[in-house]
Design a protein around this ligand. Structure first.
Ligand code: SF4
Ligand code: SF4
Length: 331
């Protein structure tokens, strides 16, 4: 091994992602070591499971990197003497179902759900998470003191297992949760976690009016979402609530909607807003060839000024920050 360059990935070391079609290391969804393909609740060979992680790290050398599923990933960095490979994970992404009670026009889930809107609470159509979660704890593969359990996928409002999963984590050891929900249905357990300062709760409202909400999400649930947000904002730690505004061209990309949105968030008592750009531009457009709509930069600056006036913290999803800096504000 002497003279070889060694690489390291913190995601590989720390993250386990349970998707509907596979259990894998990181949440890139495309590349990276896979622990179990097409998992459907089978008995897992835990020795083989563990070996996948150690084998993946063995590939992170200049000699082997070409054959590694991590090749060319921007998370790779030089390995230092401080880096140790741990057996257990500190982040568990729970994202094993796809049904949802709305149908956002920008949703990646559509591929799997064919746009179906579910109103009933249901089990995942792929596998149950609870038995797997119990096994992961039993195998000491989850760091009971430092674990962050992120629940996201379809919408938790219609996932039957949501509350049992939260209870199991609380019983077996978890440091915090990250919960992403469209907020159409109020969940007392989320309010409880907010009161305990145990979770970040993120929801994507994207607008401040019923008509725009319907255009974006194809359900008439704007009032429910706002009323639920008001209840969560009364928790002991409202600073742990983040409301997103995903900018969608020709629908909510105007100063009037943005202004109404920031005012609404201020009235409700929301302290953090996340600004994101439509995935069409963030993921699928070569911005060196096809320019970002000219007004996106102005909208971002409006957001920034309004949030400053209202004393709301504005955060940008990392790729949005890069796009704004590189393409929207370059002049
Ligand atoms: S290097 Fe990239 S692909 Fe590999 S585990 Fe890390 S984040 Fe995932
Ligand atoms: S709330 Fe989330 S999962 Fe549901 S349709 Fe919208 S983006 Fe998709």
């Amino acid at each position: 091994m002497s003279g070889q360059k060694l690489y390291f990935c913190d995601e590989l070391n720390n993250v386990l992602s349970c998707f509907h079609d596979r259990i894998m290391s990181c949440c890139s969804g495309q590349i990276g070591p896979v622990y179990y393909e097409n998992y459907r609740g089978e008995k897992i060979d835990w020795e083989a499971f563990r070996k996948i992680k150690t084998d993946a790290f063995d590939m992170l050398t200049s000699e082997n990197i070409e054959k590694s599923p991590c090749k060319d990933c921007f998370f790779l960095r030089k390995r230092t003497s401080e880096d140790t490979i741990k057996e257990c994970f500190t982040t568990l992404n729970i994202s094993h179902w796809t049904h949802c009670n709305c149908g956002c026009i920008y949703c990646a889930r559509m591929l799997h759900s064919k746009g179906k809107i579910e109103t009933k609470v249901k089990k995942s159509e792929y596998y149950d998470m609870l038995p797997l979660l119990k096994q992961l704890y039993k195998q000491e593969l989850l760091d009971r003191e430092n674990l962050m359990a992120a629940v996201q996928g379809g919408d938790i409002s219609v996932l039957k297992e949501f509350e049992p999963i939260v209870k199991e984590c609380l019983k077996s050891g978890v440091k915090s949760f990250y919960i992403l929900s469209n907020n159409i249905k109020y969940q007392p357990v989320i309010k409880k976690l907010l009161d305990l300062n145990k979770t970040t709760f993120t929801t994507s409202l994207d607008c401040a009016s019923r008509g725009v909400f319907y255009k974006l999400k194809r359900v008439d649930k704007f009032n429910d979402s706002v009323n639920n947000l008001k209840k969560y904002a009364k928790s002991k730690y409202p600073e742990n609530i983040v409301v997103k505004y995903i900018l969608i061209e020709h629908i909510n990309d105007n100063i009037e909607e943005v202004t109404k949105f920031v005012n609404l968030m201020s009235d409700i008592g929301i302290q953090k807003i996340e600004f994101m750009i439509d995935n069409k531009y963030a993921m699928f457009t070569d911005l060196d060839k096809t320019p970002l709509p000219e007004h996106y930069g102005r909208l971002y600056l409006t957001f920034k000024n309004l949030c400053r006036q209202k004393d709301i913290q504005l955060q940008l999803w990392s790729k949005t920050q890069h796009i704004i800096d590189t393409y929207a504000l370059k002049n």
